[in-house]
Write a protein that binds this ligand. Structure first.
Ligand SMILES: [Zn+2]
Ligand SMILES: [Zn+2]
Length: 193
């Protein structure tokens, strides 16, 4: 079996995570995980899915991708183009998977980063459109909060989040919001005079 990324190199037997049998390329150090081997290994693992909230907290991990990460590749088992799923770290990378045989390709370092994110036990999640959309939504929320902290400082930002939470739950939240707007705007106008 040839390496999907280096094409001339033969893949050799190896293991990931102690007991997951894989085929590894000596040249690029990427690993091919056959679907059957992955499922066998997965069955022995805790059946935990990673929620978008959990993932959102970890996406600041630094990671230097393999230079071959974005290279299109053919499945070493059935020669079809591998699909790619993005892992949206600060420096994003792609995990490749064959739609036909469900085999997975991890470029060098990707398995370890997936393990840090807790995603190595459920790589199929990355290929679910709905889950990816939820992760994106979560990231938007996180960067919105981050921007608030940067502009307002920790303490005020925390109070803003708290009042926003209270008002969004309250049946007359809009009344209080209108009050806040009037107060803030008239205060700013007074200061300008
Ligand atoms: Zn290779
Ligand atoms: Zn395949």
């Amino acid at each position: 079996m040839k390496c999907p990324k280096c094409s001339k190199e033969e893949l050799v037997d190896s293991v990931l995570a102690d007991d997951l049998a894989v085929k590894t390329c000596k040249a690029c150090k990427g690993s091919w995980i056959a679907s059957e081997d992955y499922q066998t290994w997965q069955a022995k693992q805790p059946q935990e899915k990673v929620t978008p909230e959990e993932l959102g907290e970890k996406l600041n991990i630094e990671f230097g991708q393999s230079p071959l990460d974005t290279r299109a590749a053919l499945c070493p088992e059935c020669s079809r183009y591998l699909s790619r799923a993005k892992v949206k770290l600060k420096t994003p990378f792609f995990v490749d998977r064959c739609q036909q045989c469900s085999g997975i390709w991890c470029d060098y370092g990707e398995w370890d980063i997936l393990a840090q994110l807790g995603l190595h036990r459920s790589i199929e999640q990355l290929f679910e459109r709905k889950w990816q959309a939820q992760v994106e939504q979560q990231q938007l929320l996180n960067s919105e909060r981050q921007a608030m902290v940067e502009k307002m400082g920790d303490k005020v930002a925390e109070q803003v989040f708290e009042i926003a939470e209270v008002l969004s739950q309250h049946p007359h939240g809009d009344f209080a919001l209108a009050y806040l707007m009037r107060k803030v705007v008239s205060l700013q106008e007074t200061q300008r005079r």
